[in-house]
Design a protein around this ligand. Sequence first.
Ligand code: ATP
Ligand code: MG
Ligand code: MG
Length: 551
Amino acid sequence: PTTGGSNFLRNLIAEQIASGEHTGAVVTRFPPEPNGYLHIGHAASICLNFGLAEYFQGACRLRFDDTNPDAEDQEYIDSIQADIQWLGFEWDGEVRYTSQYFATLYDYALHLIAAGLAYVDELSPDEIRDYRGTLTEPGKNSPYRDRDPAESRAMFEAMARGEYAEGTACLRARIDMAAGNINLRDPVIYRIRNKAHHQTGDAWCVYPSYDFAHGQSDAIEGVTHSICTLEFEDHRPLYNWLLEHLPVPARPVQYEFARVNLNYTITSKRKLRRLVEEQIVDGWDDPRMPTISGIRRRGYTPASIRAFCDRVGVSRSGGTVDAAMLEHAIRDDLNKNAARAMCVIDPLKVVITNWEAGHVETLTAPGHPDRDDMPERHLPLTREVYIEKADFREEANKKYKRLVLGKKVRLRNAYVIEAHDVVKNEAGEIVEVHCTYDPDTLGDNPADGVKPKGVIHWVSASHGKQALVRVYDRLFAVENPGREDDLLDGLNPFSLEIHPGCWIEPGLADVAAETRVQFERTGYFVADRYDHAAGAPVFNRVVALRDTWAK
Ligand code: ATP
Ligand code: MG
Ligand code: MG
């Protein structure tokens, strides 16, 4: 599944190869921290890294950047792998973990200490921050900066044995407290954390920082192009400094691109976790979540997500992408590839009074208007059918192209009917519409020349099946939910409507989970990945037929 879009990184690597600046395989990596589920922004990074490896016939590794045991969990490791595979990508070789390199990274730290390029600092985390200075003010040296390397080594080893409490000491690279780039002002490269790690258990009491682990892991794995998002641009000098001063086996190069952000959406694991923890949504894979597993459950196809990422492209300038672009990608895919079907969401009974009770006529309809490869559908028509409540009015003006008392409408794929009566309950609500049908109108207009006003969908009351339909919409009603005082202020109160009593054509009741269909006139739907079962159908709305959010 090559992502076809050309982009500045692909062009740059092509030039490197053409000029001989780069030789050998192109090796990239996707390095998620397993502290949450992947979201649509990660999909962009996945398509980019795996796409480049595919394009240059190189390799892309999957490496869990697991240097912080606090928020990480096996659940996330599993979901991340499943998401990448579902998107259609394969990583090269085994899954890798930064934690596999903890011993090597520890040796690298000792190497820096021996060279006088790292020291154990005993300032508190707050003091370290104060000493660091600001953009306009140089930092101040820690009083421990000139500690003898032998002493730093002994202390670092004691830290690793668990002999120091958290926050009482750390290891810092000894670079330049006056550097214009604050990342070079003696960054902390190891912290004490007395916490079990999901991969290494109790083996370690000191953990490397992201900056100390990342470039060295890239080098150990032979990554040639280490692609990250722009907020790491200022870390690149540190990335290079560490590689220059350590006995690493290779020299990867870091490149940056702009994060992909979507309006009406949040792409921050921390904020998404809050929605899960406060049960605003039904888990990380709620169909309204911008997680890959949520988007999957919503009914998106892998191809639609890859097409979206290609369209968004890769840039260094960033900006926000319209959520409508993502919706457009799946609408486009399903318009071409989803079978058609009929579903009545808010049913009103229609009795065809000139249709013999018990008589069943099985009509046929195309699976898809322009696809011969999709099987025909069989639609039993009976004396009683359901139509949408919204498709009938006792009186209406000419703009209303549906069923009206005394007027004609076509039942889709079937006959023309004319309404002549209504039955109301005590509250005055219409509970039945009585019609007659014209037996000469299957595929033909009525002989009297009076054309039906429109076409409405329907399902046999006796032969249709009941279904639960969940109509999902955007989770947030505001363009920039992250900018609200409280994230929850921007929620869309109408992001989920549950319709338990819907009617679907009989052939749909037993489809496999994750089958996608267009309910004609209503929208695109998917049989829920988990809740749908043969005989107890559950459908999620993927997206409406048209963009209902366009301004
Ligand atoms: P978050 O803020 O959601 O936690 P992160 O960058 O901390 O994101 P990681 O697990 O470190 O999450 O991300 C793995 C890779 O995905 C990184 O290389 C990161 O740059 C990339 N990535 C994360 N978010 C986006 C995004 N919105 N657009 C493009 N790439 C992204
Ligand atoms: Mg990260
Ligand atoms: Mg993060």
